[in-house]
Design a protein around this ligand. Structure first.
Ligand code: PLP
Length: 394
């Protein structure tokens, strides 16, 4: 008998994937240019030139046996040193290469961190709306997932609800800012409030409560918005970072875990991270990618296109009458469905060849997610459909 749980997980396709497949079918039937596929968060702008140049140079110039050989399980030391320096320089935070663990992207960073922290039956809090894979990762690690909804008015933290959700079993809270699916950046006031609340609750229950900061969208922010660096506000923070979105490299699978030196008994927590990485088989992240990212830290793809897309969509949709959470980052827009059943609204949108995802899977009913990491041309072509779709509800 094989694992029933894993079989079910493997068979169950996410709503997003279903929609993506539907989109491919429609593209084959009516032409890709006539389908407005806003379903998947796959970066639409190329990786910066410097990434390709660095990779080619490394392949040509570096000793290929060393380049393609195993690095240390936790990642090559010079790479971890470069990342540590970058954290110190960019965020004025304390860092140390011996507290950095290279991973295959944020998904691996999250699942390793959760396995490192969780004992069976511990609770992990997620702030809705949230990336649906959190449930899979947390439950696989033995945790019970607790959902706390953000305030509908601005998608910042609802501290009253969060305070009630924390108890003696709370081990961690996953914080994702800029957020998938809302695009909202948590304000400095929210992060300060969170730090205060967790400090008070840790004392009250006599347990350390960790923030797992899931940060694949850190660099994707628009205008003069800044994203507070959580280790500077709360000591027990583990950062799960990924280069998937900032460098448009999601298929290459590269990221890291950073255990802040301020974490209580940080060396033991890091040892647990190394142990979880080992137990899960996530050792020695792809070496070419490790060496590449170490040379391009702080660089991003040209995100001006995303900002332009955000502006066009946000302005048009609010003008038609939709209610939209104003996104300051990532490449998602979270829009209130004009009918309470967001799934029914998404079905209706298909009439106009518009593919958008109901918020239910993100723990937030009555909303839909629109990924705008697509061509500006496609967005402009889709607007008429969005307008007509809204008019159906007048
Ligand atoms: N966390 C969030 C919020 C995401 O949106 C994603 C991917 O879309 C991930 C984690 C996983 O990212 P990665 O490709 O780095 O595994």
């Amino acid at each position: 008998m094989i694992s029933e749980k894993m079989t079910q997980l493997g068979k169950k396709r996410s709503v997003i994937r279903e929609l993506f497949e539907y989109g491919n079918m429609r593209k084959a039937q009516i032409g890709a240019e006539n389908v407005f596929d806003f379903s998947l968060g796959n970066p639409s702008i190329p990786a910066p030139e410097i990434v390709t140049e660095t990779m080619l140079r490394l392949i040509k110039e570096k000793d290929t046996v060393a380049l393609h050989g195993y690095t240390s399980a936790q990642g090559a030391l010079p790479v971890r040193q470069a990342i540590s320096d970058d954290i110190i320089n960019r965020f004025s935070a304390e860092a140390n290469p011996n507290l950095i663990y290279m991973t295959c992207g944020a998904a691996a960073s999250l699942t390793i961190s959760l396995h490192a922290l969780i004992n069976q039956g511990d609770e992990v809090i997620v702030l809705a709306p949230f990336f649906p894979e959190y449930r899979v990762f947390a439950e696989k690690a033995g945790a019970i997932l607790k959902i706390v909804k953000c305030r509908e008015a601005d998608f910042q933290i609802d501290f009253e609800a969060l305070g009630k959700a924390i108890n003696s079993k709370t081990k961690a809270i996953i914080v994702n800012s800029p957020n998938n699916p809302s695009g909202v950046v948590l304000s400095e006031a929210s992060i300060r409030g969170l730090a205060e609340l967790l400090t008070a609750k840790s004392k009250e229950f006599g347990n350390d409560i960790y923030i797992i900061a899931d940060e694949p969208y850190r660099e994707l922010v628009y205008g003069d918005v800044s994203v507070p660096y959580i280790p500077n506000y709360y000591d027990n923070t583990i950062v799960c970072y990924s280069f998937s979105k900032s460098l448009s490299l999601p298929g290459e699978r590269i990221g890291y875990i950073f255990v802040s030196p301020k974490v209580c008994d940080c060396e033991t927590v890091y040892a647990a991270v190394c142990g979880a990485g080992r137990a899960l088989g996530f050792v020695c992240a792809p070496s070419l990618l490790q060496y590449t990212v170490a040379e391009v830290l702080g660089k991003t793809s040209d995100i001006a296109v995303y900002e332009k897309n955000r502006n066009i969509l946000y302005e048009a949709l609010t003008d038609y009458g939709y209610t939209v959470a104003r996104p300051d980052g990532a490449f998602y827009l979270f829009m209130k469905s004009p009918e309470s059943d967001a799934g029914a609204f998404c079905e209706r949108a298909k009439k106009y060849e518009i593919l958008i995802v109901p918020g239910d899977d993100f723990g937030y009913e009555g909303y839909v997610r629109i990924c705008y990491c697509v061509s500006t041309e496609m967005i402009l072509k889709s607007l008429e459909g969005f307008k007509k779709l809204y008019e159906e509800y007048r």
